[in-house]
Design a protein around this ligand. Structure first.
Ligand code: OGA
Ligand code: NI
Length: 209
């Protein structure tokens, strides 16, 4: 497991507070990268991914014009092979609660697979039906992403468009409600682990409406 110092967290979370997003390279160790990538390939081999929808809580509108990815929702107990990732995530959440004074009571995450030629149009990570997503995070898992493979994340900030290349083991954190973003069309298959830090337990979202 990769451990980070207080100084690391302060630096990252200062940037998150200031810029609304932060990019952290090599968040996971090379050994764990291989492990998580193998886990992803097993899920694909076993056909465990499902077409991602738009909306929440039973609204399964599927619209390929908006997003083309396939997802596998993770369960910390069931997917115990990802224990090391969850340990790192819980440590990160603990520091965000402490240093950013945010009330985060749960996380939800999925593996996301974008086949060649797919994208996710500009959006914010909040569903109309609920607004409990506080911080979004994406851990990129592409074994050898290179210029031309596409699938960059574009962050829209004021008048800027900031392109984030989806290099393996790179983590991005951003404020779910504030940051408009987009996944550009992929020219190669694209792999990531995407998740959200929530201010209400999963499944109680309807209480927010
Ligand atoms: C999402 C999303 C960004 C990315 O799943 O909501 O915007 O880079 N993902 O995969
Ligand atoms: Ni998003």
């Amino acid at each position: 497991m990769k451990l980070y110092s207080e100084e690391n967290y302060i630096e990252w979370l200062d940037r998150l507070a200031e810029d609304d997003f932060v990019v952290i390279d090599d968040f996971i160790s090379p050994e764990f990268y291989t492990h998580i990538y193998d886990f992803f390939q097993q899920r694909l081999d076993e056909d465990d991914l499902a077409k991602a929808g738009i909306g929440a809580l039973g609204d399964h509108t599927i619209d390929k014009k908006i997003r083309g990815d396939y997802v596998y929702w993770l369960d910390e107990q069931r997917d115990s092979e990802l224990k090391v990732f969850y340990q790192q995530l819980h440590e990160l959440v603990g520091q965000i609660k402490r240093l950013c004074f945010l009330g985060i009571s749960d996380v939800e995450c999925h593996l996301a697979y974008y086949p060649t030629g797919t994208f996710y149009k500009k959006h914010v990570d909040q569903f109309k039906e609920r607004s409990n997503r506080i911080i979004s995070f994406v851990l990129y898992l592409n074994p050898d992403w290179k210029e031309g493979d596409g699938g960059e994340l574009v962050i829209y900030k004021e008048n800027q468009e900031i392109k984030i290349e989806p290099f393996k083991s790179r983590l991005i954190l951003f404020k779910s409600a504030d940051v408009e973003h987009e996944v550009l069309t992929t020219n190669a298959d694209r792999y990531s682990l995407t998740g959200w830090m929530l201010n209400n337990p999963v499944g109680l979202g309807f209480l927010n409406t």
